[in-house]
Design a protein around this ligand. Structure first.
Ligand code: SER
Length: 332
């Protein structure tokens, strides 16, 4: 069990899935905090952005390849591993066997490598997808009926139980959060049901209309990326004995519908238009909570979000407009 706080004193940190939506931002944040050379980014393919790929160590790693994982862990001897590689909800429904394999075997490989090779702490993300259509939708409690009905949700719920088991049986300091939909301007999500809430900002800034794949009144729990990074790092730095939940913590920030995010954007861009054409992702969204009770995270390690919908919109639009202006300046 960890007695010090890994990652704060020149210790090495390994991020698996560093090219993904969360991985990219977490890599940047951790490199700023711990120094670029202490943060090893790993992904199944080389990320396009130079900051992840070139600013510090990068390793090509398929988390399903146990030997390669062992090699990377033996080479860098990380104190902390953030294991973020997964297939998200919509993609896993299309490719269920591979979704299950990647999400479960990838986790086993990381947990086993951590136990066998002396990694002190593991972070593994869970999701609101662990809940299902029988779960109370409003203010969904930490402990309640689960019954997820997507492959992604089933794999996350099983993974939570495995994390808790590794903690009990092996004393592995594994920590986890049930993220809501994550929204950021630096990176795009891939294959999730909450992706609309990122795509919509890109269309708005491009001056184009947006066709939304969920109905206008579909409420889902959401979170702005700076809050997600804060929650993740606060959780990882909290004293081990304050972490009372070793499956995964409910985590909330805001809840809104496509209609409400549209109105929030229209405060800045009144001409912005959205139409609705629900697809198979509507069914997934309907099976998930509308809002989350995260009392335990607040009590146990002091969780407190900073961003609500309008504050997030103001920041997203500001940064995306800057990105567009920078791209145009480079093209000139
Ligand atoms: N954002 C994820 C998804 O939509 C949920 O964790 O799949």
């Amino acid at each position: 069990m960890a007695t010090s706080t890994p990652g704060t004193s020149g210790d090495t940190v390994l991020i698996i899935g560093a090219g993904g939506q969360l991985g990219l931002e977490l890599t940047h944040e951790l490199r700023q905090r711990y120094g670029a050379s202490n943060v090893v980014a790993a992904d199944v393919r080389a990320p396009k952005d130079a900051e992840t790929h070139e600013a510090g160590p990068f390793e090509l790693l398929d988390v399903l390849d146990k030997n390669r994982l062992t090699e990377v862990v033996q080479q860098y001897k990380p104190k902390q591993v953030y294991h973020l590689a997964a297939l998200l909800s919509a993609t896993a429904e299309k490719n269920p066997k591979f979704g299950w394999q990647l999400n479960m075997d990838g986790l086993f490989n990381v947990l086993d490598a951590a136990v066998d090779l002396g990694v002190q702490q593991v972070y593994w993300p869970s999701s609101i997808a662990v809940f299902g259509p029988d779960t109370p939708r409003e203010n969904t409690p930490q402990l309640t009926i689960m019954n997820p009905n997507t492959i992604y949700g089933i794999s996350k719920l099983a993974g939570e139980q495995w994390c808790e088991w590794y903690f009990r049986k092996h004393g592995l300091d594994v920590r986890s959060l049930r993220y809501p939909g994550l929204i950021g301007y630096k990176s795009l999500p891939g294959g999730g049901t909450t992706d609309y809430a990122v795509d919509i900002y890109h269309k708005a800034v491009a001056g184009q209309p947006y066709e939304c794949f969920l109905k206008e009144d579909t409420y889902l729990p959401m979170m702005y990326m700076p809050d997600a990074l804060k929650a993740t790092l606060d959780l990882m730095h909290a004293p081990a004995d304050s972490i009372k939940i070793r499956s995964s913590y409910n985590l909330g920030a805001m809840s809104f519908s496509p209609k409400e995010i549209t109105a929030s954007i229209q405060r800045h861009l009144p001409e912005f238009e959205v139409t609705y054409k629900p697809d198979s992702r509507q069914q997934i969204a309907d099976s998930w909570p509308a809002s989350i009770d995260d009392t335990r995270a607040r009590q146990d390690w002091g969780w407190q979000p900073d961003f609500d919908l309008d504050k997030m919109t103001d920041d997203m639009l500001l940064h995306l407009k800057q990105q567009v202006a920078e791209t145009a300046a480079v093209a000139r």
